[in-house]
Design a protein around this ligand. Structure first.
Ligand SMILES: [Zn+2]
Length: 160
C-alpha cells in the first residue's frame, strides 16, 4: 500500500511539472491581441487577407519559394519566429513548405502526429497572434512526414 501510494504521488508530481513547463513556454511566447482596425493598419491587404481572414495566396507568387539561404522565418503579424531554414524543402506546390515548425510556435486544432491517412490536414495558426498561416498535411518528407504549407506573404525571412 505504501509503495503504491508513493508511485501515484510520484507520477502526479511529474505530470504537474510537465504542465508547469508547458505553461512557462506559453508565457514566454505571450499573446498579441489587436483589433481588426489595428491589424489593417499594420498589414498589407494581402497579409491581412491571409492572416486575419484565413485566405490563401496564389500558388507560386511568393519570392520565399526560391529562398534557400540559411536563416529563420517569422510571422509577419507579430515577429514570432516560426521556422528554421533547415526544415524548408521544395514541395513543388508553389507554397513555401517546411517539415516542422519550431516547438510550440504553430498551433493547430488537430495534432498532425495523430493523422492516420495521407489525406488528412489541419489549419495552422501562429501561437502568438493567432494569425492563419496555412495548413499542415501529412505527405511531407522525413523526419516528420509532415508538410507545413505556408503562405509566404505571412512570413518574413531573417537571413542568418
Ligand atoms: Zn504571429
Amino acid at each position: 500500500m505504501q509503495r503504491r501510494l508513493f508511485l501515484q504521488t510520484g507520477l502526479s508530481a511529474a505530470a504537474g511539472m510537465l504542465i508547469a513547463r508547458v505553461a512557462a513556454a506559453a508565457d514566454a511566447i505571450g499573446k498579441v491581441v489587436k483589433t481588426e482596425a489595428e491589424w489593417r493598419k499594420l498589414l498589407t491587404p494581402e497579409q491581412f487577407h491571409v492572416l486575419r481572414e484565413e485566405g490563401t495566396e496564389w500558388a507560386g507568387t511568393s519570392p520565399l519559394n526560391k529562398e534557400y539561404r540559411k536563416g529563420m522565418y517569422a510571422c509577419v503579424g507579430c515577429d514570432l519566429v516560426l521556422y528554421s531554414s533547415t526544415a524548408k524543402f521544395d514541395s513543388g506546390t508553389g507554397w513555401p513548405s517546411f517539415y516542422e515548425a519550431l516547438p510550440g510556435r504553430m498551433a493547430s486544432e488537430t495534432d498532425p502526429k495523430t493523422f492516420k491517412s495521407r489525406l488528412q490536414y489541419t489549419e495552422m495558426h501562429c501561437a502568438r497572434c493567432g494569425g492563419h498561416h496555412g495548413h499542415i498535411f501529412n505527405d511531407g518528407p522525413a523526419p516528420t512526414g509532415l508538410r507545413y504549407c505556408s503562405n509566404g506573404v505571412a512570413l518574413k525571412f531573417l537571413p542568418a
